[in-house]
Write a protein that binds this ligand. Sequence first.
Ligand SMILES: [Zn+2]
Length: 378
Amino acid sequence: MTSLKRALNAYHTDKVEIKRIDQKESRAIVETIKKDVYHFLREINVPVRPFEAIGSVFEGLKVITYDEFDLLMPIKITNHVKVIPIRKAGQCYLSLKRHTNRYIRGSSGSRNEWSKDLSRYTDDKGYLSATLVRRAFQSFLQRWVSVFQSKHQPTPYIISVSTGGPAITVQLQKGGPKLSIDFVPALDLTDTDSLHIAKPRKQGDLESDIGSDNGEESLWMISHCRLEKVTLKNIDRHDNGCRKKCIKILKTIRQHREQLRGLSNYAFKMIILKLNNERSWLSKDLADCFVDSIKELHRSLEIQNLPSYFNKSVNIFASMSPIAMANMEGYLKRIIRKRTYIDDLLTCPERCKMCYTLSLPQQTQHQEIIDWRFDRRQ
Ligand SMILES: [Zn+2]
């Protein structure tokens, strides 16, 4: 175990830690853009609350080199929306309450302009369409880009807007490498703790629950990202433990080992949270913690179920193909049996694509990673 611990620490120093990009400058740019987008949306009467930073950078779980930031755009909704749960856990429909609809359509004196607008985003059953809301935010951000560029001449950044997953991504480039900001619109209902995020459509995702395409367009994902952020940020605080180190090592292995690319970074967080109270996480136990995490991951792949720490009825693996899960299960099973953690996980294959990408000049390197990320986004 001593040699595995040594190898894990070396891997953390060599491969996990972010070295090449100046985080301070990136953060300053993100802050400027964040304020500008926020004010723009407020000016056009979209009732967004102040944006919240979420995701790896702010949970202290960022790995390797690229600069990606996630910003939650909470949209203030006041009691006009009814949550309709569906059989598939973690998702729901949102229906505009009938009296509100009538009020919206009939009244010229509505105090809430956005509610007036919300009825524009409903499907033919009166459900709020996640697709239409996401599309609306994409167009808001595109309008922001034009306004930003016309205000700042010559424009300080090359800016582009794209969508992928539940987010709208703004990419910026100022001389050096690109930096990307994921803006995630989220409905903040006053009577629930969680946020509702416009879930992207994924083929084969929801066969039995919904009969028509219309249904899928209107599905919302119930997100616990606020709670996740707090939980993960402070997870090692009381014992100065190695949970975050383990998550970061696993995330990095996934980037360097094709065999594990089918997993999401989210799965690693859930594995560690699952084991959180089951063992000691002191730094001296790093090797055992890592082995236990791999074993837990293997077990979850074997039963094809990894429950979300925040909602046990949600299976994080639900959208993965059984074949992909079986392949990963087989791969990990061999490693666990032969204890080849160093050779098969911490050592890169001879032609490692990630190592090759990282050896490229910074600008090309960043684009390659962004392209790669868009291909495989969850
Ligand atoms: Zn590699």
